[in-house]
Design a protein around this ligand. Sequence first.
Ligand code: NAD
Length: 499
Amino acid sequence: MADFKNYIDGKWVEAKSGATYERRNPATGELIGTYAKSGPEDVAAAVEAAKAAFDRWRKLPAPKRGEILFRVGQLLIERKEQLAREMTEEMGKVLTEARGDVQEAIDMTFYMAGEGRRLWGQTTPSELPHKWNMTQRRPIGVVGLITPWNFPIAIPAWKIMPALICGNTVVFKPASYTARSAVRLVQIFEEAGLPPGVLNLVLGTGETVGTALVQHPDVALISFTGSNEVGQQVAVECARLGKRVSLEMGGKNAIIVMDDANLRLALDGIVWSAFGTSGQRCTAASRVIVHEAVFRELADQLDARVSRLKLGNGLDPTTDVGPVVSESQLERVHRYVQIGVAEGAQILTGGQIARDGELARGHFHQPTIFVDVRPEMRIAQEEIFGPVTALIRVRSLEEAIAVCNGVRYGLSASIFTRDIDKAFRAIEDVHTGIFYVNAGTIGAEIHLPFGGTKATGNGHREAGQAALDVFSEWQSIFIDYSGRLQRAQIDVEQLTADD
Ligand code: NAD
């Protein structure tokens, strides 16, 4: 029996095969519970339920769909502390960050609930007399949502809320590491009175459940957030099957520090952006591009700050940096540290797997800073997704921007400078979906579009009004009340002559 089950057609059910898997706390190794390990047959049942629920849900007036979301938002507020604590146990981020994760979901829920009373279309003049033109947003159908483990409540909320407010029904496949958080979120929808079949949850591996969801012929859209490796496969499958797909993938985010920067502010921004969530944020600053005039001072101060960061269980309020999510992630992070050393970069701070005392029970890596990094090195090009950052020395703003842009990803970047001209030059020339001035690469707000350029995505954005464009399609409506058959595309002379 699984402790955490699938939610299909309004019922909590085991995987049809009865299979389960376990998840352990990455800080302590303690068992969190057993989870349904589903197969394609469970995905098929969930899609069937979502299909059956679609017509009623899309016809429920959007303000009424919004009312259910408002109730969800209220319950998220009431459960915030419990959700945050369970999230820390399940994937390791420190409690203050887990609270922020839930808060992001709360903000998104209220924002999208309010959209139930807007969902604006356009009205336009017609080419013809006695004719009315307008557009309305229509839902797409059954949508498949595939999410990563690094934001266990926020990222599902970024997708579920706009999908539902637009009138779609959902099959949600969360990352297997953070399936309890997904169960908690779906329980809140159940409590808020969401009709059966509108939101379905299927737990299990990406290879099995994710693939079955992507390949199911009745799933019209896949919204995916995760790695480039998997996202590419999803994109190929969706292209083959002719379905819509929205992709949010990896990053290699950079903070530029100019010679005129407020260094104290820059230090705060770098420490938070590079080591928050143990570097496992898609917007984590894994490159710091520093003007040579302040390089030594910044490196020394960063070393002093970062070597004092305390590793530990994220539930302990004195902990600065929690574990990484899994043993395999720990190995991957450490492999990159070894790659950096082999490439000739120097370790300024950290560099080791942390095994002292209690830390030996979990998956901890010392916060690590590299210096003597050349922009073309693998540690400066590839996403590491752990508490590792690389300091790169440059001589000018032009060089900083070139280095910043010289990677395949384009999610976020930032500049620390007191010179407004430099800030605007960077805004103009840095090719990322998100840009910050005098702030770290962390801290997006849910009413603005979120997503990246180049290999980070496929041009879609999450959050804000842009999310509605992913989860709806336009219907153009022409209403002729002239009482005669009028033909469009006639020239102005004819029209004036007719009158
Ligand atoms: P991942 O690609 O391993 O998994 C993401 C999801 O895809 C999981 O639910 C997984 O089970 C599923 N999956 C795995 N194989 C699949 C397949 N063959 N078909 C369908 N689904 C499959 O990523 P992860 O390790 O969970 O998350 C980390 C990655 O996510 C990083 O690359 C990070 O940059 C990225 N990320 C990006 C954003 C963004 O907005 N750009 C936000 C958060 C995380």
